[in-house]
Write a protein that binds this ligand. Sequence first.
Ligand SMILES: *[C@@H]1O[C@H](CO)[C@@H](O)[C@H](O)[C@H]1NC(C)=O
Ligand SMILES: *[C@@H]1O[C@H](CO)[C@@H](O)[C@H](O)[C@H]1NC(C)=O
Length: 333
Amino acid sequence: MFAIVSFAFALLSLPLAHAQTYSATYAPSSLPDQTEEGQSGTNKCGTTNHQDSMCQNIYINSVDDFCFYASPQPGANSTIGDTERIEVSWCLKDGYGTRTIPPNTISGAHFVQTPDYVQVTGTGNLTQVNIPAGDAGGELDPHGADGNGNPIGGLVFSNAFTGQYVQVHEWTNYMSDTQFCFRACKDGPDAPALCQHIYDEMGCAWNMPANYDSGTFERCGGDSGEPMGVYGTSTFHQGDPSTPSPHSAPSSSACTTVPSVGLASMSGSSAPTSAGASSASATSKATSGSTGSAPSATSGSHTSSTSELASMNWVLQGFAIVMTVLGGIWVVV
Ligand SMILES: *[C@@H]1O[C@H](CO)[C@@H](O)[C@H](O)[C@H]1NC(C)=O
Ligand SMILES: *[C@@H]1O[C@H](CO)[C@@H](O)[C@H](O)[C@H]1NC(C)=O
């Protein structure tokens, strides 16, 4: 009886939770100063990056055009866990009014676009974005304990899906001193599960199985992964006696690489790095032109592969439903 009542309650509360989560949708071109109660930073960021920016807007567009969250100040007490409510945005590119990820911070980055999300995974010396050495990390998402985000007021945008910026309402970002991963899920019924945020102690590799190799900077199409923590009909919860292995990394395809990402070192201390960086930005200029319309040129090659992947996904989902039904019949017999 209790189960039935609580199930009915869960059904009733679902649309409410949705309405609350998606109650506001913003465009990068017209953002207010702040979007959530208790916000330490801002969403009205201008277009000039500076290293004391308190901007909390994230853009996940491509392998050479992404941002992540980290602490506004350095120090032993700036672990992700300690500063999750006040993180600020650090971006590879200038132009968003955020902080700039310093040159030579990122040593490997893997951008993948699937039918349901965009994701970037990689490695780096993230002490350069104020994460204390030895910080095993933490998780950021738009659902803090009080319903505001971690960070409070964080907004995430991508132009990878349509060529135009859309706000992404479901996202999850893990940061440690050496590794990062960020998944931004396209609005839709699967978004909360594919951007699940409750496994905050499990880290990047378990939540977002993918390529984390250093030395490679690539952009790929890919299949959507399985929802975090869901294994057939059973769902793992942190603290359960045994922890299941991560899902295997979904396959990716149609990868293109760039030599490096991020701004060239201002000091020009390292010839290979600045050469790499300038050819990377030349690549992005050639394929983009100006901000906003940028990815529409590059996404052309993706569109066919992702739509093929999408129809493949439908076939697989149909197959999964048939198998589930057959499994149900088998159990009853
Ligand atoms: C850092 O946190 C510790 C433990 O909470 C505290 O004792 C210490 O004073 C803090 N240090 C700074 C610089 O805030
Ligand atoms: C990371 O960067 C800091 C600051 O530039 C440097 O002192 C440190 O040696 C670097 N760590 C590694 C592992 O390269």
